[in-house]
Ligand binder design. Structure first.
Ligand code: ZN
Length: 139
């Protein structure tokens, strides 16, 4: 038993002949609509496809033209970020220490624990220096 479908164009019921997914009836008017819709869709897909291809090509071409860049990038990337992190840590440390570290043990903790540094970075400006000062200003 074949299932009837509604034509997407004329909304009449029809029995799909060519494939069960058929969305238009066999009237020539509806078939023309289907064909032009298909052409539009194909054209859209094709231009998307072409664009992608072009981008891929450009990317490949660029990499081919700049092999040194990638070698250089790979060779330098991780030391570079490491260095950056180190510098950041140095800056943060200088900031939190203030004039003198509140406690020698705490100072080394600050240097070794990123989590602690990140947490402390949210303390408002007035509270930079010492815990006692902070208590007085906030209460
Ligand atoms: Zn139709």
């Amino acid at each position: 038993m074949k299932r009837k479908r509604t034509c997407r164009h004329c909304h009449r019921l029809f029995i799909p002949v060519h494939n069960p997914q058929q969305q238009f009836c066999s009237r020539s008017k509806c078939q023309n609509v289907r064909k032009s819709a298909w052409r539009r869709e194909k054209h859209k897909r094709d231009s998307d496809y072409r664009e992608n291809q072009n981008q891929n090509q450009a990317c490949k071409w660029w990499r081919k033209k700049n092999p040194e860049y990638w070698k250089h990038y790979r060779a330098t990337h991780s030391p570079y970020t490491e260095g950056n992190r180190y510098k950041q840590r140095q800056r943060k440390q200088a900031f939190y220490k203030g004039p003198e570290p509140p406690h020698p043990n705490k100072a080394t903790q600050f240097a070794n624990s990123d989590a602690l540094i990140v947490k402390i970075s949210f303390i408002p400006k007035g509270c930079q220096q010492r815990g006692e000062v902070c208590k007085h200003t906030t209460l």
